[in-house]
Design a protein around this ligand. Structure first.
Ligand SMILES: [Mn+2]
Length: 281
């Protein structure tokens, strides 16, 4: 049994299939972690979502911002943006089955298998779409992810999917309640790139270096480069940030979004050996 992880799919099913064939992935015994954003912008959104649903017993998926956006559109809680191309999913005869499954996926997953990255072995792996704010332990991150998951799986999910949009509050506080609390949790786990030491979110900077003055003069850094509360034995596998090209300069953080849908490539990693495989999009 081999464990693999793959970066953002965004409807690019062909490179995923190519990579899985290349490594001899066997869904009967191997397992695949996906950093989420299964759909949107790419050529085969419906087929990608179906592939993950068909292989649901062999995959672990965490929700990304595009997956949540799809759920929101389907629930009439949001409208299509200019570059969204999700209509084939919304028109599909099996849409309810697919969307029900998607809505029940977690925002964060903690695994118990050791992970090796660049010859360094970690006792536990954490899978998340964007990242974990530096002010949370992994236990706290998992608890807060569960708060959102509970609402997504409950009767008020449409209300949440409407209220999740927006950048405020832009920093965590234990005292936050209701939708404001769920929004900042969701933004940390599915949209974060840069933040301050105290986890104030910079939503403007998206490149490999932050935009000057983006957070009213506050110094920001990549979330994973801030002093954090994770255990030294925990390794975080994430996607979302194509401009990093998979480089974090820190073995504890494995960035797998290499911008397939933007003309880059898709990255598949063997979590036991650390070997990375790429396919052009
Ligand atoms: Mn994303």
């Amino acid at each position: 049994m081999t464990h693999y992880a793959v970066g953002d799919i965004q409807g690019c099913l062909r490179p995923l299939k190519k990579l899985l064939k290349q490594v001899g992935f066997n869904p009967k015994k191997d397992h695949l972690w996906s950093t989420g954003d299964l759909v949107n912008r790419g050529p085969e959104n419906l087929a990608s979502l179906r592939w993950f649903h068909d292989h649901r017993d062999s995959v672990t998926v965490v929700l990304g911002n595009h997956d949540l956006h799809l759920l929101a559109i389907a629930a009439n809680s949001a409208t299509h943006g200019r570059s969204d191309n999700l209509q084939d999913i919304l028109d599909a005869p099996d849409r309810d089955t697919l969307l029900h499954w998607l809505r029940h996926q977690p925002l964060l997953h903690r695994g118990s298998l050791p992970i090796t990255n660049e010859q360094q072995t970690y006792g536990a792996g954490i899978l998340v779409h964007a990242g974990i704010p530096p002010v949370w332990t992994s236990e706290q991150a998992a608890e807060h992810a569960r708060e959102v998951e509970t609402v997504l799986r409950g009767p008020d999910y449409r209300q949440f999917l409407k209220a999740m949009y927006g950048n405020e509050p832009y920093v965590w506080s234990d005292h936050l309640k209701g939708m404001a609390r769920l929004r900042v949790i969701t933004n940390y786990l599915t949209r974060m790139r840069y933040c301050s030491r105290r986890a104030k979110l910079d939503f403007v900077s998206k490149e490999a270096t932050p935009r000057v003055g983006a957070l009213s003069g506050k110094t920001v850094n990549a979330w994973f480069a801030q002093p954090n509360k994770l255990e030294a034995d925990e390794c975080v596998v994430f996607g979302h940030w194509a401009a990093l090209s998979g480089v974090t300069q820190d073995h504890q953080f494995i960035g797998l979004d290499t911008g397939c849908v933007w003309g880059g490539c898709m990255t598949l990693m063997n979590l036991q050996t650390g070997a990375r495989h790429t396919a052009a999009c």
